[in-house]
Design a protein around this ligand. Structure first.
Ligand code: FES
Length: 168
């Protein structure tokens, strides 16, 4: 019941924002992200909802959704860990850290842990080369990583304060 109320509230809020917008299409990413936050990923239902709200075709939205890294068309974990695999991080042993994460989580890149908590993905340079090796958890950056730091971050994400306020 609470989830239904939240969904209804969100749809009303989005409808109002779209009504007020001079160019509603400019809100397309915001709308998709808001629906993704609600559903956990941009499901087919959520995509149809976005198309209805914005008066756009499903094809248009599908193309945009596939263009943006932070929009997920498949279910992902609560925490999406994106390990930078570009050259500066690679030189700073980022590859080993990716392997360390795979070992710690018991999954390979592209997979989600059975408890639905973590998804592991490679990502191109995230612009924090001065903090290499670096990774993103959802949209929060973690840099100057080493194995110990990664273990601590995972522990915090499982049980501690790192979970709070972490955007999807
Ligand atoms: S190469 Fe990893 S953040 Fe730039």
């Amino acid at each position: 019941m609470e989830a239904t109320n939240q969904k209804t509230g969100l749809l009303k809020e989005l409808e109002q924002r779209i009504r007020r917008a001079e160019h509603p299409r400019e809100l397309v990413v915001d709308v998709m992200l808001a629906l993704q936050e609600q559903y956990g990923y941009l499901s087919d239902d959520a995509l149809e909802e976005a198309a209805r709200l914005l008066g756009m075709s499903l094809l248009e939205l599908e193309e945009l959704a596939s263009f943006y890294d932070f929009i997920y068309r498949r279910p992902v974990g609560r925490f999406v860990i994106r390990v930078c695999d570009s050259v500066v991080c690679w030189l700073e042993e980022g590859e080993k850290l990716g392997e360390h994460l795979e070992a710690r989580l018991g999954i390979r890149m592209g997979e989600t842990t059975p408890d639905g908590l973590f998804t592991l993905l490679p990502v191109c340079c995230i612009g924090y080369c001065d903090m290499a090796p670096a990774m993103l958890v959802n949209r929060r950056v973690y840099g100057n990583l080493n194995q110990e730091k990664i273990d601590k971050i995972l522990e915090e994400l499982r049980t501690g304060d790192e979970r709070k306020g972490l955007p999807r």
